[in-house]
Design a protein. Structure first.
Length: 317
């Protein structure tokens, strides 16, 4: 046998061994990374706290603080195995990333708790579209233009109601008003919120309910409202006009921002700018650039929402 034949015979076992090794590695890879739908997990319910988001780091931190404050109590509820926070835009993690993480960990249910004041375009169209519960072509196109990713979870997804389905906003506004009020009989209340072009009736009704409640509980004679979002073109003018209306009948105006969290743009530049434009505002306007968060009652609202869904899901077949 010549040298070439000997070398070929010696190489065959090596090639066979290499081929077997590659096949073994491929099989291991398939075993270690099965499709999401085939992964086994004991995780049952994941809670996703969802908010619009803001470029303000303080806004984001307030929402993450909410998660930290409720996580242990949520995880103590039978069936709940995970808690996350996500933002629709301007902050991370995104809704799609959070939902995908729950899928990766094999959750069977995801309960989405929106920390939003009331119905609006985001609650009615955008969020259901992002999480795969709705296929509105206009929303899909809008989300693409905004660079917001959609994700339809393999887990069964449940969307909870917004904050206005409770008395939380009334109690929160009353507490913050009492902290600023000195002489209720000579004061008027000014409520400032983001607002909505398409759902103006719902926003106006909510603010009327909150304003009427606070006036009734404090003996402040009257209230008025202002908007600071796109409905007001992000201008302080609406706030200034509302304060001036209040001061037509009262000596002092108490300004309360009905915003979930704190943003320099809204509480300082827009609402604060509107306050500063009022003549003699230091004498006639009382304003604290705070927000609905932090609020222990909002934490309880999150926990009770989650508990209600967990109880229903445990009882379902």
């Amino acid at each position: 046998m010549n040298n070439n034949a000997q070398r070929n015979q010696g190489a065959r076992p090596q090639l066979l061994a290499l081929l077997l090794a590659l096949l073994f590695l491929g099989a291991c890879s398939e075993t270690q990374d099965p499709p999401l739908s085939e992964r086994k997990s004991d995780n049952d319910i994941g809670i996703l706290l969802l908010n619009h988001g803001s470029r303000s780091e303080r806004w984001r931190e307030n929402l993450l603080d909410l998660e930290r404050n409720v996580s242990d109590r949520l995880l103590a509820i039978d069936g709940i195995d995970g808690v996350r926070t996500a933002f629709m835009e301007h902050a991370s993690p995104s809704i799609a990333d959070a939902l995908e993480s729950f899928d990766r960990e094999g959750y069977r249910h995801i309960v989405v708790i929106p920390v939003f004041l009331t119905i609006g375009t985001h609650m009615f169209d955008d969020i259901p579209t992002i999480i795969g519960m709705k296929d509105n072509p206009e929303s899909i196109e809008h989300l693409k233009l905004e660079g917001i990713e959609r994700y339809t979870p393999q887990a069964e997804t449940h969307l909870a109601p917004s904050l206005d389905f409770s008395d939380l906003l009334k109690h929160n506004t009353l507490r913050r008003t009492n902290a600023l009020s000195e002489n209720p009989g000579q004061e008027s209340l000014v409520l400032v919120g983001y607002g909505s072009t398409h759902f103006d009736d719902q926003w106006s009704k909510l603010f009327d309910e909150v304003g009427s409640y606070v006036c009734r509980e404090t003996s402040i004679p009257d209230y008025t409202t202002a908007w600071c979002g796109h409905i007001a073109h992000y201008s302080p003018d609406s706030t200034t006009a509302a304060i001036n209306r209040a001061l037509e009948t009262s000596r002092q105006a108490i300004v309360i921002p009905l915003l979930v969290s704190h943003s320099e743009q809204f509480q300082i530049e827009i609402i604060g700018g509107g306050v500063s434009a009022v003549e003699h505002h230091r004498e006639h306007v009382r304003y604290k650039p705070d927000a609905i968060l932090p609020d222990p009652e909002l934490e309880e609202w999150v926990i009770e929402n989650a508990r209600s869904y967990a109880d229903q899901l445990r009882q379902s077949p």
